[in-house]
Design a protein around this ligand. Structure first.
Ligand code: PXP
Length: 239
């Protein structure tokens, strides 16, 4: 079965926010992504609203006939927004104010686990699927199951930063073990972060990989080859 592609459009919003003149339009991007094979649209609503705005999430959930997957931190503010707008799924991610991008998986501590568990319960009451962004760590994956997560998105940040064949092979081994546990615990397996046209295929073949969420490399390639072509090329690599 082919792996689904979630196209993250945060950086189309980054471009729009640079001028704040209403374009490039995110709904147009979502429609184009759908036409060219995207299975999901992914958006990260950050506390600082540096790219995606609340109105973008609302607009795409209402008007795009494609599942919308929203990434957000486990805060009271974000929980309220998710329950009101009701995207198809929410991925709970860690967030730091000055980071360039998400820096890895959630740090699960007794306090954060309590907060995340209550967020997941609230999402389920509104029929929204819950995903946790995790480093490939077996203990965290078991915790995700224990607190009711439907999906685990394994972070490929470390994998994408590997410089040698040896490092890459080791990281693939770690990701494979983590994937097998996600499979065994009957959660959906997703993955993402730093995936590009060179490194994506090994991740697409992890056991029972269901969906890859990819943003920066697709949006970057779009500048030279067009958004539709960039999506089609990525889809061809993971099918
Ligand atoms: N998955 C998660 C949880 C993320 O936070 C990000 C970055 O927003 C991505 C996937 C996509 O990463 P990239 O833009 O490097 O493809």
């Amino acid at each position: 079965m082919s792996v689904k592609l979630g196209v993250n459009i945060d950086h189309i919003a980054t471009l729009r926010q640079a001028r704040q003149v209403g374009y490039p339009n995110l709904l147009t991007a979502g429609k184009l992504a759908k036409e060219h094979g995207a299975d999901f649209i992914v958006m990260h609503l950050r506390h600082d609203r540096r790219h995606i705005q609340d109105a973008d999430v609302k607009n795409l959930v209402k008007n795009l006939k494609l599942p919308i997957h929203v990434e957000m931190a486990a805060t009271t503010e974000m929980q309220k927004i998710a329950l009101k707008i009701k995207p198809n799924s929410v991925c709970i991610v860690p967030e730091k104010p000055n980071e360039l991008t998400t820096e890895g998986g959630l740090k699960l501590t007794p306090a954060s686990i309590k907060k995340i568990k209550s967020f997941i319960t609230a999402l389920h009451k509104k029929n929204i699927k819950a995903s946790l962004f995790l480093d490939p760590n077996l203990k965290d994956i078991q915790t995700a199951k224990d607190i009711g997560s439907d999906i685990v998105e394994l972070s490929t940040k470390k994998y994408s930063e590997c410089k040698t064949f040896k490092q890459t092979s080791k990281e693939i081994e770690v990701l494979t073990k983590a994937s097998l546990l996600v499979n065994k615990l009957k959660m959906e397996l997703h993955s993402g972060h730093g995936l590009d046209y060179e490194n994506v295929q090994e991740i697409a073949t992890l056991p029972k990989m269901k969906c890859l969420n990819i943003g920066f490399s697709i949006i970057s390639r779009s500048l030279f080859s067009g958004f539709g072509n960039a999506i089609e090329e990525m889809k061809n690599l993971i099918k």
